[in-house]
Design a binder for this molecule. Sequence first.
Ligand code: ZN
Length: 135
Amino acid sequence: MTDQPRLFRLQRDHDVTGISGTGTVAHGVRWPDGTATIRWTGNRPSTVQWASIDDAIAIHGHGGHTRIEWAPMPIPHVVALLELVNDLREIDPDPCRYDQHGHCEEHAWFETERSCPEARAAELFAGNAAPGPAA
Ligand SMILES: [Zn+2]
């Protein structure tokens, strides 16, 4: 859950009822408290308030024929996340030190499916610092 409202639309691939049609059938907002407001499109638009998006989809999902498409995260939010990750890296700036199992002892990371977050962050920031065409 975030502290910002998130925009979405309901996209229907197949109209089971034959009433609401296909394509974008509604626009919506998920509020920071988890409730959702949905504005239906069409000839008789209406606005409905839900306790959660899951409740709305349970009623209107039509067995998976209607899906949520989230609007891209706002750029200021992405920038704030990047700043946060960069600040977190300052807490322990030492490079990764892997044991024979591939676990990072330096950052107490004991997964092998995903590499240490410090290593992934370093790769991301290196890419951001020097963007260029693929070789
Ligand atoms: Zn590490």
